[in-house]
Write a protein that binds this ligand. Structure first.
Ligand code: HMG
Ligand code: MG
Length: 296
């Protein structure tokens, strides 16, 4: 049976913009973030404290955190100790660490193997939990890797198990290049929900093959009630060839609302937030609900 409520974790300002070729000004990002908060977004990935050489768009992470109103949970991504230190200094209280199941993906994304990444993350997570920081672990290439192909569900489960043992609060399990099918979504999330009942379980779908809404429905049926999505369907990982944007928040919210699943998000105000960012990104937004809003 389907739940009465679901939570959207808006990743537009981070996943949505990290791959954007136009350098968006800090001011324009902050307007977008504020408009998203006004639409009722309670949890959001604001930015990431990564190397500006690797991801120039996120170079203003410090200002973004400092100037964002603290409502709900505002995540920042941190790849290493330097990122964690900078994030905490800027006042962040909810951190997201990230790693792929695939070795090749990790080498391309963070210049470490999976084992090296995990070895580096363990002491960081230990310290963060001692300080009472909320830790979200983002698991990339949980279904497919652009370099290694299909990923064994056991490999994803075992990586997740490590994080759960280290005390993370949330797992965000990602279909990085939008290749999973509803059958695979249902199967993996059923296993994850059953294996890790004491962490928040979140599904992160990219919409490369337009299967994300179907995958979300399958994950809902498997017991997941938290979904990462990006307003306007913006985004993609610069180090995952073929990854297009995340599933569009407005289309997810509409689908959930039509199924009587509450999100607390106002669809019209959400579309107004997209109107703020659309002029500053390369591609026009063509998602279902935004198109209807524009043609109203
Ligand atoms: P590296 O080159 O191996 O490391 O990069 P390094 O320690 O040699 O550092 C390189 C330079 O970056 C140095 O500067 C460092 O000081 C600096 P230089 O001395 O050359 O002037 N540096 C930093 N600067 C700011 N903040 C930091 C930081 N660390 C080092 N934290 C590194 C390793 C991890 C830094 C690099 O690979 C990196 O930044 N990668 C980020 C990749 C990224 O952001 N990917 C996208 C996010 S993940 C994603 O999108 C997937 C997700 O959505 C889920 C899904 O869909 O799958 C979450
Ligand atoms: Mg992503």
């Amino acid at each position: 049976s389907l739940p009465n409520n679901a939570t959207i974790i808006e990743v537009g300002p981070r996943d949505g913009l990290q791959n954007e070729g136009n350098l968006v000004s800090t001011e324009n990002k902050l307007e977008f973030i504020t408009a998203l908060q006004n639409a009722g977004i309670q949890e959001m990935e604001l930015t990431s404290f990564v190397s500006p050489k690797w991801v120039p768009q996120m170079a203003d992470a410090k200002e973004i955190v400092a100037q964002t109103k603290k409502v709900g949970r505002q995540f920042v991504l941190t790849p290493n100790e330097r990122g964690v230190t900078a994030a905490l200094e800027s006042g962040a209280t909810s951190l997201a660490v990230f790693v792929g199941v695939s070795n090749t993906f990790n080498k391309k994304n963070i210049n470490k193997t999976t084992a090296e990444s995990m070895a580096a993350l363990q002491p960081l997570i230990y310290d963060l939990k001692k300080q009472g920081i909320f830790v979200r672990a983002c698991i990339s290439t949980a279904f497919y890797c652009p370099f290694e192909g299909a990923i064994a569900p056991e490999a994803t489960l075992s990586l997740c198990r490590q994080f759960v043992e280290w005390g993370v609060d949330e797992l965000s399990v990602a279909d990085t290049i939008g290749m999973a099918t509803p059958k695979e979504s249902y199967a993996l999330f059923t296993q994850l929900v059953e294996a890790f009942p004491n962490v928040l379980m979140t599904a992160h779908f990219h919409d490369t093959r337009r299967m994300a809404l179907a995958n979300i429905t399958a994950a809902l049926q498997a017991g997941v009630t938290r979904f990462d999505s990006s307003a306007g369907g913006l985004g993609g990982c610069p180090f995952a060839p073929g990854a297009t944007g995340n599933v569009a928040t407005e289309d997810v919210v509409n689908m959930l609302h039509q199924m009587a699943i509450h999100t607390g998000i106002d669809l019209d105000l959400l579309c107004k937030a997209i109107e703020k960012i659309e002029p500053h990104v390369t591609n026009p937004v063509t998602t279902g609900m935004y198109t209807l809003y524009k043609n109203k």
